[in-house]
Design a protein around this ligand. Structure first.
Ligand SMILES: C[S@@+](CC[C@H](N)C(=O)[O-])C[C@H]1O[C@@H](n2cnc3c(N)ncnc32)[C@H](O)[C@@H]1O
Length: 362
């Protein structure tokens, strides 16, 4: 009974959330048109209708609510931002829009290079992803990121991340969570780790990211929940011992990496996972996952600065994971995301990396 009430509350909350972010999404489009800078790109591939998008989003929200009803994990609570601060951030997102659109119009994406410490970071990283002011390196960008992403996905970014809780729950089932170590690679502002912490209060959690500003936001976001270890480092050179982690997750990270770095990160994940450990991957759909949606993927990098996205959507992730010793369990495509669940083999000796792919940048 209690779970059914949780489920109903969750569905009501997610409906409100959808209505709010849908409104912001439309307002942002309207404002872009007013400024005379709406994105104009006509994809050559088919695009989904609004009804198809809504149907898939509804299915995602229902599946999340049913998991709550079935007691698989707690109701969604991925945003601890107080309402007034949230509204302030929404205001800042609109204030930042003219600058963002100007950069898009002139295809300039290098304000991140003038942020302190940018010269110490890999060149592929120090750019204005999504045309955000300061890329991943400014405090303002860290504060606006979640509002921007939820506005883009009409409130579905959180539920897409939460789809990773299901395979995690299946893995943890029957094990003592106090003995398990989970690492979220490219943890950003910590939205997913907050969900994991609420589901597993005693698990040892680590969040790794290259951005000090995003890690600071993540720390604040986790608030008074039990401490997490935050690691400021590159995912391709993780300062962690071999076989020291039971579960690794990577959420919306891979599409932002050049092809060669994607492979290095995969090898690192396979290295730090213990034999038998779990890898849960969530990222964008790829070309061919839903052929009638391919046009949406094609137009995405015309709207947002995503220098490696085109390479990502046609990358052979299955082979990349298999060659690193991460064997396939399941692959699903909730709404606009791709969820891949992999397991490091018990006697893992990773195969040599792919020769041709390692030589190219996407
Ligand atoms: C699109 S965001 C996703 C963040 C978070 N996982 C989420 O679900 O919202 C990508 C994140 O990956 C981080 N990142 C990108 N390249 C990285 C790298 N090579 N090493 C560590 N973090 C990286 C960025 O700083 C950013 O926080």
């Amino acid at each position: 009974m209690a779970n059914s009430i949780d489920m109903a509350a969750q569905l009501a909350g997610q409906s409100l959330r959808f209505a709010w972010y849908f409104t912001l999404n439309r307002l942002l489009d309207w404002r872009s048109q007013q400024l005379g800078k709406a994105a104009r790109y006509a994809p050559s591939r088919p695009v989904p209708t609004r009804q198809q998008l809504m149907a898939e989003q509804t299915e995602l929200l229902l599946s999340d609510a049913l998991a709550v009803r079935d007691g698989l994990y707690p109701p969604m609570d991925d945003d601890a931002t107080p309402p007034l601060r949230h509204l302030e951030r929404v205001g800042r997102m609109f204030a930042d829009l003219p600058g963002t659109l100007d950069r898009r119009a002139h295809n300039e994406a290098m304000t991140a290079r003038s942020e302190p410490g940018a010269d110490q970071l890999p060149a592929y990283y120090a750019q204005d992803f999504h045309f955000q002011t300061g890329g991943y390196l400014s405090e303002t960008s860290a504060k606006l990121y979640d509002v921007q992403v939820e506005t883009l996905f009409m409130g579905a970014a959180g539920p897409m991340r939460r789809a990773a809780l299901r395979p995690l729950g299946a893995f943890v089932n029957g094990q003592d969570q106090r003995r398990l170590h989970l690492l979220d690679v490219g943890c950003g502002t910590g939205r997913f780790l907050r969900q994991v912490r609420l589901a597993y209060p005693a698990m040892a959690l680590k969040g790794l990211d290259l951005s000090p500003a995003y890690l600071a936001e993540a720390r604040q976001h986790l608030g008074n929940l039990r401490a997490i270890q935050w690691i400021e480092a590159a995912a391709e050179h993780m300062p962690l011992a071999d076989a020291s982690v039971d579960v690794a997750t990577a959420i919306f990270l891979y599409h932002e990496l050049p092809s060669q770095v994607r492979r290095q990160v995969t090898a690192e994940i396979a290295r730090v996972l213990r034999p038998g450990g779990l890898f849960v991957f969530v990222d964008s759909l790829q070309l061919g996952d839903r052929p009638s949606w391919d046009g949406l993927l094609e137009s995405f990098p015309h709207r947002f600065h995503e220098p490696y996205y085109r390479g990502y959507i046609s990358d052979d992730l299955d082979t990349m994971f298999a060659r690193a010793g991460l064997a396939a369990l399941t692959t699903r495509t909730p709404f606009l995301s791709k969820l891949m669940v992999r397991r490091k083999s018990e006697m893992a000796a990773p195969a040599p990396s792919e020769p041709s792919a390692a030589a190219t940048l996407a």
